[in-house]
Design a protein around this ligand. Structure first.
Ligand code: GLU
Length: 314
């Protein structure tokens, strides 16, 4: 029997804040209490948004909090070969095609609405006639590659936290990008490639990525691989209901560390947010594991309140 395995996958686009921390701590705790393997991956295929040194900083911060993981971290940008092999497989089976259209050209199509999060939906009418042909993968300047989505196909994501959800990728995003104009794998392809090669059986992350799970399942099917089990956690929001971000003040873990806030206080807040303790209370990472119960996770998003902030800073 294969050992279950989960991963911590920070994007080095900025410092970790309390919202990321809650997901990482819960991920670490479910892995450690169930004797899963836990691996680290630095997801640094995000071009201009990547900040040098932010990957190492994220790992330092997580260690300060008391988290640990197994094996050496995998840094995506260190080797493009595994992703090239995957895109070649997709090109060879006629599942992807090269596209030269710009965002502006796609957006100017009347039937290309913008999804809520600013994602551009790629309308089927723009799919070139050659799409579906098998052939070699060859990247050309100014082009990207898209994965073909089937119209009317519904993909069900079974999730250990939020239950079953149905998606229709063809209308929600259309043919999605798997290889970018920067000649790098796009997020969906990079994650699936890595989750397969790192032996990941359990993916734990924020529920903003739930629609991505459906797209990733399509890639797993294309590779004839079994998708992992999914655990998409509710998010941490500011008092205005929006996802925790800079506008809510400085909630970076490094900020609290620099202010002298002990990690036990942060773990206590996260433990309370995860339903493990009835009140905020300083706890160590060992105590967190002793208290951990995946079933106690509240199903609603958490709000980072003034009281939470006061608990950390006073
Ligand atoms: N690197 C992504 C993030 O930090 C997580 C991607 C994933 O878990 O699939 O939001």
């Amino acid at each position: 029997m294969t050992v279950p395995c989960s991963r911590l996958a920070p994007s080095p686009t900025g410092a970790l804040h309390l919202g990321n921390a809650r997901t990482f701590v819960w991920n670490w705790a479910i892995a450690r209490t169930r004797n899963w393997q836990l691996v680290m991956r630095i997801e640094d295929f995000d071009g201009p948004r990547i900040r040098p040194g932010a990957g190492k900083a994220a790992m330092d911060t997580l260690r300060w909090l008391g988290l640990d993981w197994d094996l050496e971290p995998l840094v995506q940008s260190h080797d493009h070969t595994p992703y090239m092999k995957r895109i070649e497989t997709l090109a060879g089976s006629g599942s992807v095609y090269q596209c030269h259209l710009t965002r502006r050209e796609i957006g100017s199509q009347a039937s290309a609405p913008n999804e809520g999060d600013g994602e551009l939906v790629f309308p089927e009418e723009l799919r070139p006639a050659m799409a579906g042909n098998r052939g070699p993968f060859q990247w050309e300047e100014g082009s990207h590659w898209r994965f073909i989505t089937t119209s009317d196909h519904r993909e069900t994501v079974q999730d250990g936290v939020c239950g079953a959800h149905e998606f229709e990728p063809a209308t929600e995003c259309g043919d999605f990008v798997v290889w970018t104009i920067r000649n790098e794998p796009a997020y969906q392809l990079a994650v699936v490639t890595d989750d397969i090669r790192q032996g990941v059986t359990d993916v734990v992350r924020g529920n903003d990525l739930l629609p991505s799970a459906a797209r990733q399942q399509l890639l797993y099917n294309a590779f004839q691989q079994k998708p992992p089990r999914w655990w998409h956690l509710p998010l941490v929001r500011g008092v205005d209901g929006r996802r925790l971000a800079k506008r809510h003040g400085d909630t970076r873990l490094d900020h609290y560390r620099d202010e002298g806030v002990p990690p036990q206080r942060i773990l206590g807040l996260i433990g309370w947010w995860c339903g493990l303790i009835p009140e905020r209370e300083a706890i160590s990472s060992e105590e967190f594991l002793t208290l951990f119960d995946a079933d106690k996770l509240p199903s609603d998003d958490v709000v980072f309140s003034k009281e939470d902030e006061a608990w950390l800073t006073i």
